[in-house]
Design a protein around this ligand. Structure first.
Ligand SMILES: [Fe+2]
Length: 338
């Protein structure tokens, strides 16, 4: 197997780090986020600072790789999505605390680790998509409604064990307690039109196909579907509902970053992290994937701003991280995926 095939087999998109500028003039990034999202940012960073960014892209397994490499790892910064992956990295002992006034200023408290190991960069709302044909505006307004008997046989979701669903269940647990969350999840399961399957976009396709009437998805998938000619009709069959606007607000999750424990280029790693939280990078980063910048007052993309303003749940993501194990257990307890 040649190097390229090996990388593909491992889910690595590009060849690993190559020798670059002299030490101190580079920074090494391990990224679960795809090249098209982050490369434009790195290009601007290098232009502004002269610091070269070397990147390893992989779909999964970067924390395992960091553990394997230990103190010898060349990685300085990791980029990933979802609070569970960020928390996982910190719990695995492969990250270090970062003190930075800039990061504190740019990133709202709810979206960063109180122990300073991880920092959110973009947010995404977990929203309800509803059939334009079969659901009236105002008919469903809260996550709690998804469990009401009215929606029996009309809901589609992905696996209850997927990190996006686990985070939502964790948020329900934070607000309604364990018993409340169990009841909610059991009610939601009862309302499913089919066994949980597929990704978020597959749920919208199922609405287009008449399999179900409402689904739970992340906001940016609406943008992704609209920019894929084969999926435009999926997106156009639904309208977006930002839940719980009369109460706590929409459950949001993040993409984010952390500095590795062994970072050989610590100063440049900090420069890159601060740059990513700053105005220029925030705008580019959020636009690339139809997400929301964490830094307040950063302009939104045209499409994302057309979705309108909404209230977000201010619950700290650190709390979601704490409850994620319990939430995942609840999915087993109610047999969500069976
Ligand atoms: Fe996603």
């Amino acid at each position: 197997m040649n190097a390229k095939k090996l990388c593909l087999a491992l889910g690595v998109f590009l060849l690993p780090l190559h020798a670059g500028a002299a030490a101190g003039e580079e920074v090494n990034v391990y990224s679960h986020r795809q090249p098209f999202l982050v490369q434009p940012l790195f290009d601007v960073f290098t232009e502004q600072t002269g610091v070269k960014v070397n990147t390893v892209f992989a779909r999964k397994g970067l924390v395992e790789r960091l553990k394997r490499e230990g103190a010898n790892s060349p990685a300085d910064v990791i980029l990933t999505v979802d609070i569970s992956r960020l928390a996982e990295s910190a719990e695995a002992g492969v990250t270090q605390a970062v003190r930075s006034r800039k990061l504190r200023r740019n990133i709202p408290r709810a979206y960063r680790d109180p122990r300073r190991h991880w920092f959110g960069l973009t947010t995404r709302g977990r929203i309800i998509a509803a059939s334009k044909e079969r659901v009236q505006p105002g008919e469903i307004t809260r996550y709690e409604d998804l469990a009401l008997p009215k929606w029996r046989g009309r809901v589609c979701t992905r696996s209850g064990k997927h990190i996006y669903m686990v985070a939502l269940t964790a948020s329900i647990t934070a607000h309604h307690g364990r018993d409340g969350a169990r009841q909610w999840l059991a009610g939601l399961k009862n309302n499913l039109a089919r066994k949980p399957q597929g990704n978020d976009r597959a749920q919208v396709k199922a609405i287009r196909d008449g399999v179900c009437d409402v689904a739970v998805i992340n906001t940016y998938y609406m943008g992704k579907m609209l920019s894929d000619p084969r999926q435009v009709s999926w997106a156009e069959s639904v309208f977006m509902i930002f839940p719980n606007q009369d109460g706590r607000g929409v459950h949001v999750n993040v993409s984010g970053m952390a500095m590795t424990r062994s970072a050989p280029n610590r100063a440049n790693a900090l420069r890159l992290m601060e740059f990513l939280s700053g105005a220029v990078a925030q705008q580019i980063y959020a636009e690339q994937n139809h997400e929301y910048p964490v830094k307040k007052s950063t302009p939104l993309s045209g499409l994302v701003s057309s979705w309108g303003e909404f209230k977000s749940d201010e619950l700290a993501l650190a709390r979601i991280a704490e409850l994620r194990g319990e939430a995942s257990k609840l999915a087993d307890e109610v047999g969500y995926d069976n």
